[in-house]
Design a protein around this ligand. Sequence first.
Ligand SMILES: [Mn+2]
Length: 343
Amino acid sequence: MSIGSVGTGRLRIAEIILDSSPTVFWDMLRQVGVEEVTGILPRAYPDWRQWRAWDPWDYAPLSNYKRMIEGAGFKLTIIEDNPPMDKLIYGLPGKEEQLNNVAKLIENMGKLGISTWVYNWMPTGWLRTRSTIRGRGGAYTAGFYEEDLKDSPPPKFGKIDASTLWRTLKDFLEYIIPIAESANVKLAMHPDDPPIPEVAGTARIMNSIEAFDKLLSLVKSEYNGITMCLGNFSLMTSDLPGLIRHFVPTGRVFFVHFRAVKGTARGFEEVFIDEAGGEFYLAMKEFVRHDFYGPFRVDHTPTLSGDIAQLSTPGYSALGRLHAIGFLQGLFKAAVTELKGGS
Ligand SMILES: [Mn+2]
């Protein structure tokens, strides 16, 4: 057997980059074999006049951003970011403008050939209550403990219940999915993080397998799909292969995040990906069995000492992610070798 003789599909990693211009981390990603990128909206072009002709979701800044990423040697596959959507989620006045901005983003992504948009329906955003926990070897890591919020008042727009969230989501999808269909851009709902039913008296809905079944049936379209964030789904079920068998054959899994956590949905800490048990290997084998090769990305990791990004963006340690990417590549090679065989 010669090196490289075993394997079928290629592992597709679309790692997220948060920088507004090329960095040494981009070089490192290319060097470890990452070919695709998940981008955010290009909001960071400082201008002392504090005036913008365009919003980050308009064509000009988005095409400039795409050109910069391609110039660095990547394909821009996914945007995992959004214009403000709080009024849409709450169903408040001003939601029409926010809806128009989302529509503009999707139309511009379509023109630029960016195939997938990650969004979520969290009225309280993704949430950690501790960001300087010491993990393995003293690495800083983040955690969520529901008890830390027991005295917290409701957030800015107040309380909201689950049935209102389902109604605003349905209204949103009924308007936006036809636009996504004609733009050829897939919508990939990210689960609530953490996936619990309520934060400070404010409901959350995308927190169970049943909820994702319901999402797929709310508007039946090839463009209405899922970001399978395994960090969150592993807090909903311990059966990741079963989860993959359930959703991947629907053709609606458009993106997968790998993240390891320890604990329960109501109290957990982020850990290094190799601190999980064998579940990620079983998960990767199930993806390969279904000939699903991505796009994947790694997700939050602890922050390694000496990290070039340090604690400025908790969870997005550059070195921590390089470690996780290597681990993912190992899982994939092992799964392909076991299932598809060598000579
Ligand atoms: Mn995620």
